[in-house]
Design a protein around this ligand. Structure first.
Ligand code: GLV
Ligand code: MN
Ligand code: MN
Length: 430
Protein backbone atom coordinates (compact mmCIF):
# COMPACT_ATOMS: atom_id res chain seq x y z
CA UNK A 1 0.00 0.00 0.00
CA UNK A 2 2.98 2.34 0.46
CA UNK A 3 3.14 2.59 -3.32
CA UNK A 4 -0.30 4.26 -3.27
CA UNK A 5 1.29 7.28 -1.55
CA UNK A 6 3.85 7.58 -4.32
CA UNK A 7 1.15 7.18 -6.99
CA UNK A 8 -0.91 9.95 -5.41
CA UNK A 9 2.11 12.28 -5.30
CA UNK A 10 2.92 11.47 -8.95
CA UNK A 11 -0.67 11.93 -10.12
CA UNK A 12 -0.87 15.25 -8.25
CA UNK A 13 2.18 16.46 -10.18
CA UNK A 14 0.68 15.20 -13.45
CA UNK A 15 -2.51 17.19 -12.83
CA UNK A 16 -0.62 20.27 -11.64
CA UNK A 17 1.19 20.66 -14.97
CA UNK A 18 -1.95 22.29 -16.42
CA UNK A 19 -2.25 25.90 -15.36
CA UNK A 20 -3.66 29.04 -16.99
CA UNK A 21 -1.10 30.89 -19.13
CA UNK A 22 -0.37 34.02 -17.08
CA UNK A 23 0.02 31.84 -13.96
CA UNK A 24 1.86 28.99 -15.66
CA UNK A 25 4.59 31.37 -16.79
CA UNK A 26 5.24 32.18 -13.11
CA UNK A 27 5.16 28.46 -12.27
CA UNK A 28 1.88 28.96 -10.38
CA UNK A 29 -1.19 26.71 -10.44
CA UNK A 30 -4.53 28.21 -11.47
CA UNK A 31 -7.20 25.93 -12.89
CA UNK A 32 -10.61 27.57 -13.07
CA UNK A 33 -13.79 26.24 -14.61
CA UNK A 34 -13.59 25.12 -18.25
CA UNK A 35 -10.45 27.04 -19.18
CA UNK A 36 -8.08 25.11 -21.52
CA UNK A 37 -5.96 24.15 -18.47
CA UNK A 38 -9.07 22.83 -16.72
CA UNK A 39 -10.13 20.80 -19.77
CA UNK A 40 -6.65 19.26 -20.00
CA UNK A 41 -6.76 18.46 -16.29
CA UNK A 42 -10.06 16.62 -16.81
CA UNK A 43 -8.56 14.60 -19.68
CA UNK A 44 -5.54 13.70 -17.54
CA UNK A 45 -7.81 12.67 -14.71
CA UNK A 46 -9.78 10.45 -17.09
CA UNK A 47 -6.51 8.82 -18.20
CA UNK A 48 -5.46 8.26 -14.57
CA UNK A 49 -8.83 6.66 -13.76
CA UNK A 50 -8.70 4.39 -16.82
CA UNK A 51 -5.15 3.33 -16.00
CA UNK A 52 -6.24 2.56 -12.42
CA UNK A 53 -8.83 0.11 -13.77
CA UNK A 54 -12.25 1.80 -13.45
CA UNK A 55 -14.92 0.07 -15.54
CA UNK A 56 -16.44 3.31 -16.79
CA UNK A 57 -14.91 6.76 -17.04
CA UNK A 58 -16.95 9.63 -18.46
CA UNK A 59 -17.23 13.40 -18.39
CA UNK A 60 -20.72 14.64 -17.61
CA UNK A 61 -22.68 17.71 -18.76
CA UNK A 62 -21.00 20.09 -16.29
CA UNK A 63 -17.48 18.68 -16.78
CA UNK A 64 -17.40 16.32 -13.80
CA UNK A 65 -15.09 13.36 -14.42
CA UNK A 66 -16.97 10.29 -13.21
CA UNK A 67 -15.34 6.90 -12.69
CA UNK A 68 -17.31 3.81 -11.71
CA UNK A 69 -15.83 0.60 -10.36
CA UNK A 70 -18.62 -1.91 -10.67
CA UNK A 71 -19.58 -4.27 -7.91
CA UNK A 72 -19.32 -8.03 -8.14
CA UNK A 73 -23.11 -8.10 -8.61
CA UNK A 74 -23.64 -4.99 -10.63
CA UNK A 75 -27.14 -4.60 -12.01
CA UNK A 76 -25.67 -4.33 -15.52
CA UNK A 77 -24.17 -7.81 -15.42
CA UNK A 78 -26.69 -9.62 -13.22
CA UNK A 79 -30.04 -8.76 -14.66
CA UNK A 80 -31.64 -11.75 -12.97
CA UNK A 81 -30.57 -10.59 -9.55
CA UNK A 82 -33.44 -9.26 -7.43
CA UNK A 83 -31.07 -7.40 -5.11
CA UNK A 84 -30.49 -3.88 -6.39
CA UNK A 85 -26.85 -2.89 -6.07
CA UNK A 86 -26.26 0.33 -4.18
CA UNK A 87 -23.49 2.81 -4.87
CA UNK A 88 -21.00 4.46 -2.56
CA UNK A 89 -20.31 7.98 -3.83
CA UNK A 90 -17.05 9.82 -3.19
CA UNK A 91 -14.92 12.51 -4.76
CA UNK A 92 -13.83 16.10 -4.52
CA UNK A 93 -13.00 18.96 -6.89
CA UNK A 94 -10.22 19.41 -9.43
CA UNK A 95 -10.57 23.17 -9.99
CA UNK A 96 -8.31 25.45 -7.94
CA UNK A 97 -8.22 28.97 -6.59
CA UNK A 98 -5.81 31.37 -8.32
CA UNK A 99 -2.22 30.48 -7.40
CA UNK A 100 -3.51 27.58 -5.33
CA UNK A 101 -2.06 24.29 -4.09
CA UNK A 102 -1.86 20.88 -5.76
CA UNK A 103 -3.87 18.93 -3.20
CA UNK A 104 -6.96 20.99 -2.31
CA UNK A 105 -9.73 18.91 -3.82
CA UNK A 106 -7.55 16.68 -5.98
CA UNK A 107 -6.39 14.56 -3.04
CA UNK A 108 -10.01 13.55 -2.43
CA UNK A 109 -10.25 12.22 -5.99
CA UNK A 110 -6.85 10.52 -6.06
CA UNK A 111 -7.16 8.64 -2.76
CA UNK A 112 -10.22 6.65 -3.95
CA UNK A 113 -8.54 6.22 -7.36
CA UNK A 114 -5.62 4.62 -5.49
CA UNK A 115 -8.15 2.37 -3.72
CA UNK A 116 -9.54 1.21 -7.07
CA UNK A 117 -6.00 0.54 -8.33
CA UNK A 118 -5.45 -1.58 -5.20
CA UNK A 119 -8.76 -3.45 -5.62
CA UNK A 120 -7.84 -4.20 -9.23
CA UNK A 121 -4.40 -5.41 -8.14
CA UNK A 122 -6.10 -7.73 -5.63
CA UNK A 123 -8.62 -8.78 -8.33
CA UNK A 124 -11.31 -7.80 -5.90
CA UNK A 125 -14.82 -6.45 -6.39
CA UNK A 126 -16.98 -4.81 -3.73
CA UNK A 127 -20.59 -5.73 -3.06
CA UNK A 128 -21.57 -2.20 -4.15
CA UNK A 129 -20.70 0.10 -7.04
CA UNK A 130 -18.01 2.62 -6.19
CA UNK A 131 -18.47 5.99 -7.91
CA UNK A 132 -15.63 8.50 -7.81
CA UNK A 133 -16.40 12.02 -9.03
CA UNK A 134 -13.81 14.64 -9.89
CA UNK A 135 -16.02 17.71 -9.44
CA UNK A 136 -15.30 20.35 -12.03
CA UNK A 137 -16.12 23.43 -9.95
CA UNK A 138 -16.11 24.08 -6.24
CA UNK A 139 -14.11 27.25 -5.74
CA UNK A 140 -16.40 29.86 -7.36
CA UNK A 141 -13.57 31.57 -9.24
CA UNK A 142 -14.46 32.10 -12.91
CA UNK A 143 -18.22 32.38 -12.37
CA UNK A 144 -20.20 33.25 -9.24
CA UNK A 145 -21.59 29.74 -9.10
CA UNK A 146 -19.77 28.04 -6.26
CA UNK A 147 -20.49 24.29 -5.99
CA UNK A 148 -22.10 24.21 -9.43
CA UNK A 149 -20.62 20.75 -10.06
CA UNK A 150 -21.80 19.00 -6.91
CA UNK A 151 -24.95 21.15 -7.15
CA UNK A 152 -25.74 19.45 -10.47
CA UNK A 153 -25.83 16.11 -8.62
CA UNK A 154 -28.19 17.45 -5.97
CA UNK A 155 -30.55 19.20 -8.42
CA UNK A 156 -29.35 22.66 -7.37
CA UNK A 157 -27.87 23.86 -10.65
CA UNK A 158 -29.42 27.29 -11.22
CA UNK A 159 -30.38 27.61 -14.93
CA UNK A 160 -29.70 31.38 -14.85
CA UNK A 161 -26.00 30.58 -14.29
CA UNK A 162 -25.73 29.58 -17.97
CA UNK A 163 -26.11 33.24 -18.95
CA UNK A 164 -23.64 34.48 -16.35
CA UNK A 165 -20.51 36.06 -17.84
CA UNK A 166 -16.92 35.67 -16.73
CA UNK A 167 -14.56 38.66 -16.46
CA UNK A 168 -14.03 38.54 -20.26
CA UNK A 169 -17.74 38.50 -21.10
CA UNK A 170 -17.85 34.77 -21.94
CA UNK A 171 -21.09 33.16 -20.75
CA UNK A 172 -21.05 29.88 -18.90
CA UNK A 173 -23.05 28.31 -21.74
CA UNK A 174 -20.44 29.47 -24.26
CA UNK A 175 -17.65 28.15 -22.02
CA UNK A 176 -19.42 24.80 -21.87
CA UNK A 177 -19.90 24.62 -25.62
CA UNK A 178 -16.25 25.56 -26.26
CA UNK A 179 -15.33 22.68 -23.95
CA UNK A 180 -17.45 20.28 -26.02
CA UNK A 181 -20.37 20.15 -23.57
CA UNK A 182 -23.92 20.85 -24.73
CA UNK A 183 -24.62 23.71 -22.34
CA UNK A 184 -28.21 22.46 -22.38
CA UNK A 185 -30.06 22.68 -19.06
CA UNK A 186 -31.96 19.47 -19.90
CA UNK A 187 -28.67 17.53 -19.92
CA UNK A 188 -27.59 19.13 -16.65
CA UNK A 189 -30.90 18.40 -14.93
CA UNK A 190 -30.43 14.71 -15.71
CA UNK A 191 -27.30 14.59 -13.53
CA UNK A 192 -29.40 14.69 -10.36
CA UNK A 193 -28.76 11.58 -8.32
CA UNK A 194 -31.46 9.48 -6.71
CA UNK A 195 -30.38 9.21 -3.05
CA UNK A 196 -32.24 5.92 -2.59
CA UNK A 197 -29.62 4.29 -4.80
CA UNK A 198 -26.72 5.44 -2.65
CA UNK A 199 -25.06 4.28 0.55
CA UNK A 200 -23.95 7.86 1.11
CA UNK A 201 -21.18 10.29 0.23
CA UNK A 202 -17.71 10.24 1.75
CA UNK A 203 -14.98 12.75 0.96
CA UNK A 204 -11.30 12.81 1.81
CA UNK A 205 -9.64 16.24 1.77
CA UNK A 206 -6.44 17.92 2.89
CA UNK A 207 -7.24 19.65 6.18
CA UNK A 208 -6.25 23.15 4.97
CA UNK A 209 -5.51 24.26 8.52
CA UNK A 210 -2.85 23.78 11.21
CA UNK A 211 -4.61 21.49 13.70
CA UNK A 212 -3.46 18.04 12.50
CA UNK A 213 0.03 19.32 11.66
CA UNK A 214 0.52 20.91 15.08
CA UNK A 215 -0.98 17.88 16.82
CA UNK A 216 1.32 15.52 14.89
CA UNK A 217 -1.72 13.62 13.61
CA UNK A 218 -1.87 12.33 10.02
CA UNK A 219 -5.66 11.88 9.91
CA UNK A 220 -8.72 13.58 11.37
CA UNK A 221 -12.43 12.77 11.28
CA UNK A 222 -14.71 15.68 10.42
CA UNK A 223 -17.69 16.30 12.69
CA UNK A 224 -19.29 19.18 10.76
CA UNK A 225 -18.64 21.71 8.00
CA UNK A 226 -19.17 25.38 8.77
CA UNK A 227 -22.01 27.38 7.23
CA UNK A 228 -21.15 30.15 4.79
CA UNK A 229 -22.48 33.09 2.81
CA UNK A 230 -20.65 34.84 -0.04
CA UNK A 231 -21.63 38.19 -1.51
CA UNK A 232 -20.42 40.63 -4.11
CA UNK A 233 -20.68 44.24 -2.93
CA UNK A 234 -20.63 47.59 -4.67
CA UNK A 235 -20.14 51.03 -3.17
CA UNK A 236 -21.19 53.98 -5.30
CA UNK A 237 -19.74 57.31 -4.24
CA UNK A 238 -18.67 60.33 -6.29
CA UNK A 239 -15.52 60.48 -8.37
CA UNK A 240 -13.90 63.90 -7.91
CA UNK A 241 -10.59 65.72 -8.09
CA UNK A 242 -8.08 64.43 -5.55
CA UNK A 243 -6.37 67.81 -5.23
CA UNK A 244 -9.29 70.19 -4.95
CA UNK A 245 -11.98 68.32 -3.02
CA UNK A 246 -11.73 69.06 0.73
CA UNK A 247 -11.58 66.01 2.99
CA UNK A 248 -14.98 66.77 4.53
CA UNK A 249 -16.71 67.00 1.12
CA UNK A 250 -15.82 63.61 -0.29
CA UNK A 251 -17.94 60.55 -1.08
CA UNK A 252 -15.02 58.15 -1.33
CA UNK A 253 -16.24 54.66 -2.30
CA UNK A 254 -12.95 52.92 -1.48
CA UNK A 255 -12.75 54.34 2.04
CA UNK A 256 -16.32 53.22 2.71
CA UNK A 257 -15.37 49.72 1.53
CA UNK A 258 -12.26 49.84 3.72
CA UNK A 259 -14.29 50.83 6.77
CA UNK A 260 -16.83 48.07 6.07
CA UNK A 261 -13.97 45.54 5.78
CA UNK A 262 -12.55 46.56 9.16
CA UNK A 263 -16.03 46.50 10.70
CA UNK A 264 -16.56 42.95 9.34
CA UNK A 265 -13.26 41.88 10.90
CA UNK A 266 -14.25 43.37 14.28
CA UNK A 267 -17.71 41.76 14.17
CA UNK A 268 -16.38 38.31 13.27
CA UNK A 269 -13.86 38.48 16.11
CA UNK A 270 -16.69 38.87 18.63
CA UNK A 271 -17.78 35.24 18.07
CA UNK A 272 -16.17 31.92 18.75
CA UNK A 273 -15.51 30.41 15.33
CA UNK A 274 -16.92 33.12 13.02
CA UNK A 275 -14.76 34.43 10.18
CA UNK A 276 -15.25 37.22 7.64
CA UNK A 277 -12.98 37.93 4.66
CA UNK A 278 -12.79 40.58 1.97
CA UNK A 279 -10.86 38.63 -0.67
CA UNK A 280 -11.19 40.99 -3.63
CA UNK A 281 -11.44 44.78 -3.90
CA UNK A 282 -11.30 46.92 -7.03
CA UNK A 283 -11.72 50.53 -8.05
CA UNK A 284 -12.84 50.16 -11.68
CA UNK A 285 -11.21 52.78 -13.90
CA UNK A 286 -9.50 54.38 -10.90
CA UNK A 287 -6.68 56.94 -11.21
CA UNK A 288 -3.99 58.17 -8.86
CA UNK A 289 -5.53 61.65 -8.75
CA UNK A 290 -9.23 60.76 -8.64
CA UNK A 291 -11.25 60.07 -5.49
CA UNK A 292 -12.73 56.59 -6.04
CA UNK A 293 -16.31 56.91 -7.25
CA UNK A 294 -16.98 53.17 -7.27
CA UNK A 295 -15.56 50.24 -5.37
CA UNK A 296 -16.34 46.57 -5.88
CA UNK A 297 -15.48 44.01 -3.21
CA UNK A 298 -16.40 40.53 -2.04
CA UNK A 299 -17.47 39.30 1.39
CA UNK A 300 -17.11 35.70 2.59
CA UNK A 301 -18.68 35.05 6.00
CA UNK A 302 -18.70 31.72 7.84
CA UNK A 303 -19.61 30.25 11.20
CA UNK A 304 -20.04 26.78 12.74
CA UNK A 305 -23.86 27.04 12.93
CA UNK A 306 -26.48 28.50 10.61
CA UNK A 307 -27.94 30.77 13.31
CA UNK A 308 -24.47 32.11 14.18
CA UNK A 309 -23.70 32.68 10.48
CA UNK A 310 -27.06 34.46 10.02
CA UNK A 311 -26.41 36.78 12.96
CA UNK A 312 -22.94 37.55 11.59
CA UNK A 313 -24.26 38.34 8.11
CA UNK A 314 -27.19 40.40 9.39
CA UNK A 315 -24.99 42.48 11.70
CA UNK A 316 -22.37 43.12 9.02
CA UNK A 317 -25.06 44.08 6.54
CA UNK A 318 -26.81 46.45 8.97
CA UNK A 319 -23.57 48.15 10.00
CA UNK A 320 -22.45 48.44 6.37
CA UNK A 321 -25.59 50.47 5.60
CA UNK A 322 -24.91 52.72 8.60
CA UNK A 323 -21.33 53.34 7.40
CA UNK A 324 -22.53 54.00 3.84
CA UNK A 325 -25.13 56.50 5.00
CA UNK A 326 -22.66 58.37 7.21
CA UNK A 327 -20.22 58.59 4.30
CA UNK A 328 -22.87 59.65 1.77
CA UNK A 329 -22.37 56.64 -0.50
CA UNK A 330 -24.64 53.85 -1.69
CA UNK A 331 -24.06 50.21 -0.65
CA UNK A 332 -25.28 47.25 -2.76
CA UNK A 333 -25.04 43.67 -1.51
CA UNK A 334 -25.70 40.67 -3.77
CA UNK A 335 -25.63 37.26 -2.14
CA UNK A 336 -24.02 34.74 -4.48
CA UNK A 337 -23.74 31.66 -2.27
CA UNK A 338 -25.43 30.37 0.87
CA UNK A 339 -24.52 26.97 2.29
CA UNK A 340 -25.88 25.51 5.49
CA UNK A 341 -23.65 23.94 8.11
CA UNK A 342 -23.29 20.24 7.36
CA UNK A 343 -22.93 18.03 10.42
CA UNK A 344 -21.53 14.60 9.54
CA UNK A 345 -23.91 11.67 9.47
CA UNK A 346 -23.21 9.87 12.79
CA UNK A 347 -22.98 6.40 11.23
CA UNK A 348 -20.74 7.45 8.37
CA UNK A 349 -18.59 9.43 10.80
CA UNK A 350 -18.23 6.29 12.93
CA UNK A 351 -17.15 4.36 9.85
CA UNK A 352 -14.31 6.85 9.37
CA UNK A 353 -13.46 6.60 13.08
CA UNK A 354 -13.19 2.81 12.85
CA UNK A 355 -11.19 3.09 9.64
CA UNK A 356 -8.72 5.52 11.22
CA UNK A 357 -8.36 3.28 14.26
CA UNK A 358 -7.81 0.22 12.10
CA UNK A 359 -4.72 1.82 10.54
CA UNK A 360 -3.26 2.37 14.00
CA UNK A 361 -4.12 6.05 14.37
CA UNK A 362 -5.96 7.77 17.19
CA UNK A 363 -9.47 9.06 16.51
CA UNK A 364 -9.16 12.82 16.37
CA UNK A 365 -12.30 14.79 15.57
CA UNK A 366 -12.46 18.33 14.20
CA UNK A 367 -14.83 20.56 12.31
CA UNK A 368 -14.16 22.07 8.91
CA UNK A 369 -13.79 25.81 8.45
CA UNK A 370 -13.43 25.29 4.69
CA UNK A 371 -16.36 24.55 2.42
CA UNK A 372 -16.50 21.22 0.58
CA UNK A 373 -18.55 19.36 -2.02
CA UNK A 374 -19.82 17.24 0.88
CA UNK A 375 -21.89 20.29 1.98
CA UNK A 376 -23.87 20.03 -1.22
CA UNK A 377 -24.28 16.24 -1.16
CA UNK A 378 -25.38 16.67 2.48
CA UNK A 379 -28.65 18.12 1.18
CA UNK A 380 -29.68 14.78 -0.36
CA UNK A 381 -27.75 11.97 1.36
CA UNK A 382 -25.70 11.15 4.47
CA UNK A 383 -22.10 12.41 4.28
CA UNK A 384 -18.92 12.38 6.31
CA UNK A 385 -15.36 13.47 5.64
CA UNK A 386 -11.81 12.41 6.42
CA UNK A 387 -9.07 15.05 6.73
CA UNK A 388 -5.45 14.42 5.83
CA UNK A 389 -2.68 16.46 7.47
CA UNK A 390 -1.15 19.29 5.45
CA UNK A 391 2.49 20.24 6.01
CA UNK A 392 3.82 23.79 6.31
CA UNK A 393 1.49 24.31 9.29
CA UNK A 394 -1.47 23.36 7.12
CA UNK A 395 -1.32 26.37 4.82
CA UNK A 396 -3.75 26.12 1.87
CA UNK A 397 -5.07 28.27 -1.00
CA UNK A 398 -1.37 28.90 -1.38
CA UNK A 399 1.35 27.14 -3.42
CA UNK A 400 3.04 26.16 -0.15
CA UNK A 401 0.26 23.61 0.43
CA UNK A 402 1.90 20.19 0.82
CA UNK A 403 1.23 16.63 1.99
CA UNK A 404 3.59 13.70 2.50
CA UNK A 405 3.50 10.44 0.53
CA UNK A 406 3.31 8.58 3.87
CA UNK A 407 0.15 10.44 4.90
CA UNK A 408 -1.37 9.90 1.45
CA UNK A 409 -0.66 6.16 1.80
CA UNK A 410 -2.15 6.08 5.28
CA UNK A 411 -5.27 7.90 4.08
CA UNK A 412 -5.61 5.35 1.27
CA UNK A 413 -5.30 2.53 3.79
CA UNK A 414 -8.00 4.17 5.92
CA UNK A 415 -10.22 4.55 2.85
CA UNK A 416 -9.70 0.84 2.06
CA UNK A 417 -10.66 0.04 5.65
CA UNK A 418 -13.84 2.09 5.20
CA UNK A 419 -14.67 0.05 2.07
CA UNK A 420 -13.94 -3.17 3.98
CA UNK A 421 -16.30 -2.02 6.74
CA UNK A 422 -19.12 -1.47 4.23
CA UNK A 423 -18.39 -4.87 2.70
CA UNK A 424 -18.53 -6.65 6.06
CA UNK A 425 -21.76 -4.93 7.10
CA UNK A 426 -23.47 -5.57 3.78
CA UNK A 427 -22.48 -9.25 3.95
CA UNK A 428 -23.89 -9.61 7.48
CA UNK A 429 -27.24 -8.08 6.49
CA UNK A 430 -27.75 -10.60 3.67
C1 GLV B 1 -13.27 26.34 -0.55
O1 GLV B 1 -12.09 26.10 -0.70
C2 GLV B 1 -13.66 27.29 0.44
O2 GLV B 1 -13.72 28.48 0.13
O3 GLV B 1 -13.84 26.89 1.60
MN1 MN C 1 -10.30 25.41 -1.88
MN1 MN D 1 -11.29 22.04 -1.47
Amino acid sequence: MLSSGKSIMDWSEQLAQFSEPQWAEKNQLTCTYLTPAHIKTAAELQAIMREAGFDEVTTDAVGNVVGIYRSAHSSTDSQDSCVPVKTLLTGSHYDTVRNGGKYDGRLGILIPVACVAELVRQKRRLPFDFEVVGFSEEEGQRFRATFLASGALTGDFDPTWLAQQDADGVTMKQAMQTAGLSGDIADITQLKRDPSKYLGFVEAHIEQGPILCEGNLPLGVVTSINAGVRATCKITGLAAHAGTTPMNMRQDALLAAAEISLMAETRARQDDGSVATVGQMQVPGGSINVIPGECLFTLDMRAPFDHQRDALVNDILAQAHVIAERRGVHFDFTEVMRASAAPSDPQLQQRWERAVQSVGQPIFKLNSGAGHDAMKLHTIMPQAMLFVRGGNRGISHNPLEIISAEDAALATQAFMALLDGFQTDLASTK
